[in-house]
Design a protein around this ligand. Structure first.
Ligand code: BYC
Length: 323
């Protein structure tokens, strides 16, 4: 618990917090904040950080199988960016008094979640393109408003992350454009990947608003700026014209432009599937967690070496200060 959050609130501190939120100003780590606000942020930021780290796996599988040196270099850079995003986010959580090792432990013990989307398999190279287009596109829809989130360190981390997500989305779309200009077999691969990733991508935005227990409070605190359904609608409106330009069909027979509303109508994702995936029963949950646990164990010597080095540096600095 941070010192500021742990203090007895008192009416002044509480009303100052409310007033800062009402003025659309930022809450900073040293400001007093309600314990619920701190906990909600740690939950969301940690889940987001874990998603970035686990999210390296589905595409990472293709680094050694990329079809050219250019594609390999692009994919390498993207997956490395995802590690970076995870690190900014763990740092943002640390400003709330969370401990990164403890957050990792919670992930490994299944006590904290990561995004459902990374529990689906990547079956062909077209999946790399579709992940960039859909998954990073969905991330942009969800995360651009988070740049205005009420908690300063989270909002600032999001600014940089969103700039990188934008490149990620474009690299995916460019890869798909290239494949669509290729052979019939390549076009079929793209359509197949679109068919498999469309609905899971819509599920990334979370359960529908009337089944989203955290939304109302998170929106009142201006952590979240839009509801899950609102962001899902924006994503559909953004993606439909891109699909037409690419020449693929989105696998939803109910998808059509609604002139009156000025938005697309679309079908309802299978939210029972989302629940299954979130509770650990998706196609790749076990594989993703096994891989993450192994990586964590294999990295133990690196953490030990870094700690020993830091201790040595600190001891040397103390000796120099005394001399
Ligand atoms: N998957 O009340 P709700 C990326 C959970 S990384 C799993 O609506 P909330 C990328 C939710 O946590 C993408 N769990 O919750 C990386 C809650 O459970 P708890 C990650 C989900 O927080 C690499 C419960 O269901 N992005 O883009 O108000 C390569 C009830 O939901 C999911 C972020 O994390 C899900 N899809 O809203 C490429 C963005 N949906 O914690 C790309 C930041 C819901 O109460 N996060 N749950 O046990 C958010 O914006 C919000 O946390 C969510 C959920 C919209 C995800």
């Amino acid at each position: 618990m941070t010192e500021a959050a742990g203090r007895d609130a008192g009416p002044d501190l509480e009303s100052q917090f409310e007033a800062t939120i009402a003025r659309d100003q930022r809450i900073e780590p040293r400001d007093w904040m309600p314990e619920g606000y701190r906990k909600t942020l740690v939950r969301q930021i940690a889940q987001h950080a874990h998603s970035e780290i686990i999210g390296m796996q589905p595409e990472g599988e293709w680094i050694t199988k990329a079809p050219s040196l250019r594609r390999k270099a692009i994919l390498f850079a993207k997956v490395q960016d995802e590690a970076g995003h995870g690190l900014y986010l763990y740092s943002a959580a640390e400003t709330l008094g969370a401990d990164r090792a403890d957050l990792t432990e919670r992930l490994l013990e299944g006590r904290q979640k990561y995004s459902s989307i990374f529990n689906y398999p990547t079956l062909s190279y077209a999946d790399v393109g579709v992940i960039g287009w859909f998954v990073d596109g969905a991330a942009i829809c969800n995360q651009v408003p988070l740049c205005r989130s009420s908690y300063g360190p989270y909002a600032r981390a999001m600014v940089r992350i969103c700039k990188e997500e934008s490149f990620h989305q474009r690299q995916g779309y460019e890869l798909l454009m290239t494949m669509m200009r290729g052979t019939e077999a390549q076009r079929e691969m793209v359509q197949d990947a679109v068919n498999r990733w469309w609905w899971p991508s819509l599920m990334m935005f979370g359960p529908p608003d009337d089944d989203s227990p955290n939304s109302a409070q998170s929106m009142a605190w201006k952590i979240k700026r839009h509801s899950n359904d609102e962001l899902r609608r924006r994503f559909v409106d953004m993606t439909v014209p891109q699909a037409a330009k690419l020449g693929v069909t989105l696998p939803d027979p109910e998808l059509r432009w609604n002139e009156e509303r000025g938005h697309h109508d679309f079908g309802t994702p299978d939210f029972s599937e989302l629940k299954e995936v979130i509770t650990g029963n998706g196609p790749c949950n076990a594989q993703r967690m096994d891989r993450r646990r192994t990586a964590h164990e294999e990295g133990a010597w690196v953490r030990a070496a870094a700690s020993a080095h830091a201790a040595k540096q600190a001891a040397r600095a103390r000796e120099e200060a005394v001399a």
